[in-house]
Design a protein. Structure first.
Length: 393
């Protein structure tokens, strides 16, 4: 049996969030806004090297129902959880946990001078994005609130305005929650174009939509949430980041974006050579993927996805048993390409599959996990690329 995680259609999500709002607060919200989760097609562990990534917005979204208030009070609700406070009292680590993602957005927008001093809000959350699966439920949550607040106070929400909001969401996650996130997730959640993947350039912060019409090609991106138990990997992320920065320093370049394979070969340290080698080859694979997609040859990107996995597994060393099992089983069952996606050490993998093979590939991945005694994975389908954060009700 394969377990599918379905998206919630926008009208249902809007009704669910508004109903939750009414039952918590006794009145209706001013409106409901949503933002998408995302899956990164390719371009992993290159953001902090000024590199290129190619995420796609999922049809799975997080909605917030919001009612503005003019007394600086924040009341946020998700499921049975609640936090009450004021925007003025938000600080690093306070509130801790999930409420920090929401309170942090209001805090960061106020620091940027985007909100009146007395800004407050009541907020309820309803989400179809799997949490902690590497599909960016955290950015979906932040960005849904950011666009809601922007609309409520009348900020411009053109791409420049959205880029600024994305910066506030990154600040919320880095400074209030204390999670090291590079900005990729917030860029796609706020700046996606429907029907497109988004080429995110972490070197200069620019984005460019890349058309992706998988359905027209009879293809789908199967997302495999391994549900791997959380591991203590904080130190690993920092270590990889240090290696990448140290490599750039030894090569005398501002970031590895400016390096090529011959530069990498000059690194004396074998570990640095492998880490930097991943970054340089991964950026090249992103360029190759974009070139194929831009010329309508998306069916041919499979080998680039698989090469990305091999590089992340063997040279960057951020994969794990669950991810390798999912990738190997998907490829053996006929996927055109497969790779881990996200930071690694758990989370999700993707497989590019022909539509007719979706069920077979998913069954093979689930069966491989069962055979190895791994936790049962969940499956999602990434469609043609969802739209960015916007008002839905
Ligand atoms: P990911 O972004 O890959 O899902 P993170 O660890 O970055 O994983 O973010 C997950 C955290 O975001 C959760 O532990 C929770 O604190 C917060 N979060 C995400 N979605 C929700 C939600 N619907 N309700 C409350 N908190 C949420
Ligand atoms: Mg996250």
């Amino acid at each position: 049996m394969t377990e599918w995680v379905a998206p919630i259609p926008a009208p249902d999500l809007a009704v669910a969030a508004a109903l939750a709002f009414r039952s918590w607060f006794g009145v209706g919200p001013d409106g409901v806004w949503s933002a998408p989760g995302r899956v990164n097609l390719i371009g992993e562990h290159v953001d902090y090297a000024g590199g290129l990534s190619l995420p796609i917005a999922l049809p799975h979204r997080t909605a917030v129902a919001v009612r503005g208030r003019a007394d600086g009070v924040l009341r946020v609700r998700s499921g049975a959880d609640r936090w009450d406070g004021t925007v003025a009292e938000v600080a690093p680590g306070a509130p801790g946990g999930w409420a920090g993602y929401l309170a942090g957005v209001a805090w960061a927008m106020r620091r940027e001078g985007l909100l009146p001093d007395d800004f407050g809000a009541d907020v309820t959350v309803v989400s179809a994005v799997p949490i902690g699966a590497g599909l960016s439920s955290s950015a979906a949550l932040e960005c849904a609130l950011a666009i809601a607040v922007a609309d409520l106070v009348g900020l411009t929400t053109d791409d420049t305005g959205r880029a600024r909001l994305a910066g506030c969401c990154v600040a919320a996650e880095n400074e209030i929650v204390g999670a090291p996130t590079g900005g990729l997730d917030q860029a796609i959640a706020l700046r996606a174009t429907a029907g497109h993947a988004l080429l995110v350039d972490s070197g200069d912060g620019s984005v460019a939509p890349v058309p992706v019409d998988l359905e027209a090609e009879g293809l789908a991106v199967l997302v495999i949430d391994t549900r791997a138990p959380h591991r203590l990997v904080d130190g690993q992320y920092a270590e990889r980041r240090r290696s990448v920065e140290a490599s750039a320093e030894r090569l005398g370049v501002p970031s590895l974006r400016a390096a090529d394979a011959s530069d990498v070969a000059r690194l004396a340290d074998r570990t640095l050579r492998r880490r930097a080698g991943h970054v340089v080859t991964e950026i090249a694979r992103v360029r190759g993927t974009v070139a194929l997609m831009a010329s309508g040859r998306v069916a041919e990107i499979g080998p680039l996805l698989t090469a990305s996995h091999v590089s992340l597994r063997d040279d960057f060393e951020v994969s794990c048993t669950e991810l390798d099992s999912a990738v190997d089983a998907a490829l053996a069952a006929g996927a055109l390409g497969a790779r881990m996606t996200g930071g690694g050490f758990g989370g999700s993998a993707i497989a590019l599959v022909e539509e007719s093979a979706i069920g077979r590939v998913a069954a093979a991945v689930a069966s491989a996990a069962a055979t190895r005694g791994l936790v049962t994975p969940g499956f999602l389908l990434a469609g043609a690329g969802g739209g960015p954060a916007h008002r839905i009700g």
